[in-house]
Design a protein around this ligand. Structure first.
Ligand code: FE
Length: 392
């Protein structure tokens, strides 16, 4: 038996933000990030629509990128005081992910963060509030997924929380919001979305319900990401849908070790965070080479290569195409060149065995088509650092 879960309603297209007018409830808390939604006027519009719906509205602002356990707890406290029956989160992946975790602690104050680390083990939500998500970036697709990534800064680890209880009730995929993305964010989030679709397509849990979503997303992203990066707003609008389709696929088929490594390297080094989408973009070609030693996965990669009409249909053509996409989007081939080399080589090597162990233990590893040993994971991470091919 397998389960396939998506939001009950998804509104899409330019201007769909206005659907907030039609939510029914008494009180809505709006969870947002650092200010771009306010600056571009979307926050005011959202609050206006919710008031038109007859709701009392409170804001929870300034959720930081890579939200912390502490921010989640503060948000849950604000919700316990205000008692909203709608949680509306708007912005990039971070405020929406944070709001999902706040929702759990709002409804179950006695739950501990440790309780939630076991995947698909959440208490039943919607006893107090429903959840509406409105993405402003085209990548995480958190508006349709059962996931939330929260960072424990004391331990330097990103936790991917996973449960269909936190799949939102309503998603509003309005491309007007995505048109505000700066160029670099467009590249990183777009490659995150491509990684979602490819990892979902080769996942051991892929199925007839997830395959068409993943494959269509791959084709769209392959066609539109570079154009979107170059400022073509029609391509930008299509990317907003493409990333959402990828999200529908991976929320149900799960992911693989590109994400395991991105989660565990993201906050591990003192030089700075490695941005999620950029990490995925750098690691994806190496993981495809590693996974393709599994013949079934190799055939799935070949199907992708055929679908996007590459000259050959082998793994190597797909790897070459993804490397070329990275170059065109100004993404480096390895961590050593990330942001001008902010990650120190010695620190990377000192932490290699621990980071590899953490990555193997990540919730995304279980559905990868080839399970790496400790030695193989260390080899993969080194290839990701130095930007080298993987031949084992
Ligand atoms: Fe991701």
């Amino acid at each position: 038996m397998a389960r396939f879960t998506l939001p009950r309603d998804l509104y899409h297209g330019k201007g769909s933000l206005e659907e907030l007018k039609n939510l029914t409830g008494k009180r809505a808390i709006v969870v947002v990030g650092g200010g771009s939604m306010k600056r571009f006027g979307f926050l005011d519009r959202a609050v206006g629509y919710l008031k038109e719906a007859g709701m009392e509205v409170e804001l929870f602002e300034n959720v930081e990128p890579d939200p912390s356990v502490e921010t989640v707890m503060r948000g849950a406290e604000a919700m316990r005081k205000f008692e909203p029956d709608w949680i509306v989160s708007m912005g990039g992946g971070s405020p929406i992910d944070a709001a999902k975790a706040m929702w759990v602690f709002y409804e179950y104050p006695e739950t501990s963060f440790e309780d939630l680390i076991t995947p698909f083990n959440f208490p039943t939500l919607r006893t107090k509030a429903k959840f509406c998500a409105i993405p402003s970036t085209s990548g995480t697709a958190t508006e349709v997924t059962a996931f939330s990534v929260i960072t424990d800064y004391k331990k330097g680890i990103k936790y991917p929380l996973a449960d269909f209880n936190i799949t939102p009730d309503v998603a509003i995929v309005d491309p007007d919001l995505a048109e505000t993305m700066p160029q670099k964010l467009t590249a990183h989030t777009g490659m995150d979305a491509l990684t979602h679709a490819i990892e979902a397509y080769v996942s051991t849990l892929h199925c007839d319900y997830t395959d068409p979503l993943a494959m269509h997303a791959i084709k769209m992203i392959h066609n539109d990401l570079k154009k979107s990066y170059d400022g073509d707003m029609e391509a930008r609008d299509r990317m907003h849908n493409a990333q959402c389709l990828a999200g529908m696929a991976f929320s149900n088929a799960l992911l693989g070790i590109v994400h395991s490594m991105a989660h565990k390297t993201g906050a591990a080094y003192s030089g700075g965070h490695i941005v999620h989408g950029c990490a995925n973009a750098m690691y994806l070609p190496k993981v495809i080479q590693f996974n393709a030693k599994n013949p079934e996965a190799a055939e799935r990669y070949a199907e992708i290569a055929r679908a996007i009409e590459l000259k050959g249909d082998s793994t190597e053509e797909l790897v070459a195409e993804i490397k070329a996409m990275n170059v065109s989007l100004d993404i480096p081939s390895g961590i050593k060149d990330y942001e001008g080399g902010i990650i120190d080589e010695k620190e990377f090597l000192d932490k290699l065995s621990q980071v590899a162990e953490n990555a193997i233990g990540d919730a995304c590893t279980g559905s990868n088509p080839r399970i790496p040993t400790q030695e193989e994971m260390e080899g993969l991470l080194k290839a990701c650092f130095y930007g080298e091919d993987v031949n084992f």
